[in-house]
Ligand binder design. Structure first.
Ligand code: PMP
Length: 318
């Protein structure tokens, strides 16, 4: 990961230089993790730069903020225009997009209402999240000793920065023990998700993934893979899955904006199936990547072209 190519960051309606993109030490977000964010990607397609499911990412950001009673001072279309402006200001034809809505400089009590809602949009170049080989070779993972948050503790549906302290515990334990990633169980001991990915298993010809029931992020890649898999004729069930299914599944893979579709080749050193990427995973990867590259027709309307023309930079409303 490199930020050298990043020139501009969008902050509260202004494009500022990378070096100036700072937040005050007294900001609420720094002390209490009070921010909602997104992670989307721009791909270099055959027809130019295009963002993948940008409307859904923006919608999830507004949903996350609603849960935490944070009102974004822009309309979704203005937000989208600001994202385009940021991408253009950096001259990127492929990148990762990271909008953050946070509680800024106000009052440093726990009560967030006394701190303003600030918005920033960062973009940078980000390669293969779990390593360049991971997409073909797969990764070795473990079951984490940390559970994902239980329903009614932290809302899993909201993509809140604070949730990622739990993710960091999962990730640190995994890499310290020589694994690429950890799989967290939920509070009932069933499979939940990775520290930054949703998970799918293939067993007996069926594709299984944990349900949206308060312990996983409603992943946009997860939703895309379910759609693609059903269209390809597979049966996909969103259901509770016992931990031991990880040891007997024919195939397992992660999905996420950063991880895309990454095969898992072992769990707790037990090989998954033949110990390499399986045919269902490969087929879904092909359909997914063909769509992202513009190789296949965008039959779901998932790609939003980045307009070449500069739009206006929207000013702060509050
Ligand atoms: N779960 C968690 C905890 C994540 O951080 C992510 C990445 N945003 C995902 C799942 C996958 O979501 P998406 O496909 O929307 O990137």
């Amino acid at each position: 990961m490199s930020y050298e190519e990043v020139k501009k960051v969008w902050m509260n309606g202004r494009l500022v230089d990378f070096a100036e993109a700072k937040i005050h030490a007294f900001s609420h977000v720094f002390h209490y993790g009070s921010a909602m964010f997104e992670g989307a990607r721009v791909y270099k397609t055959k027809n130019g730069a295009a963002a993948f499911r940008l409307d859904e990412h923006i919608k999830r950001l507004y949903d996350s903020c609603k849960v935490y009673r944070m009102e974004i001072p822009y309309a979704p279309r203005e937000f989208q225009a600001a994202i385009f402006d940021t991408i253009r200001a950096n001259g990127f034809d492929e990148c990762y997009i990271r909008p953050v809505v946070y509680r800024g400089l106000g009052a440093l009590g726990v009560n967030p209402f006394k701190s303003p809602i600030d918005v920033l949009i960062a973009v940078w170049k980000w390669g293969k999240y779990l390593g360049p080989e991971a997409i073909e070779q797969g990764v070795d993972v473990c079951v984490s000793s940390w559970n994902r948050m239980a329903p009614n503790t932290f809302p899993a549906m909201a993509k809140a920065t604070g949730n990622y302290l739990n993710s960091a515990l999962i990730k640190m334990e995994a890499v310290t023990n020589g694994y690429s990633e950890g799989i967290a169980l939920d509070n009932a001991g069933r499979i939940s998700e990775g520290s930054g990915e949703n998970i799918f298993l293939v067993y007996g010809g069926r594709i299984l993934t944990p349900p949206l029931a308060g312990t996983i992020l409603p992943g946009i890649t997860r939703d895309s893979v379910i759609t693609i898999a059903r269209d390809a004729g597979y049966t996909v069930a969103e259901q509770q899955i016992a931990r031991e299914m990880l040891y007997v599944a024919d195939e397992i893979f992660f999905t996420g904006t950063a991880a895309e579709i990454t095969p898992i080749r072992s769990v707790d050193r037990i090989p998954v199936g033949s110990g390499r990427r399986g045919p269902v995973t490969e087929r879904l990867q092909k359909d997914f990547f063909d769509l992202l590259s513009g190789e296949a027709e965008d039959r779901y309307g998932w790609l939003t072209p980045i307009p070449v023309e500069a739009g206006q930079v929207v000013g702060r409303r509050s």
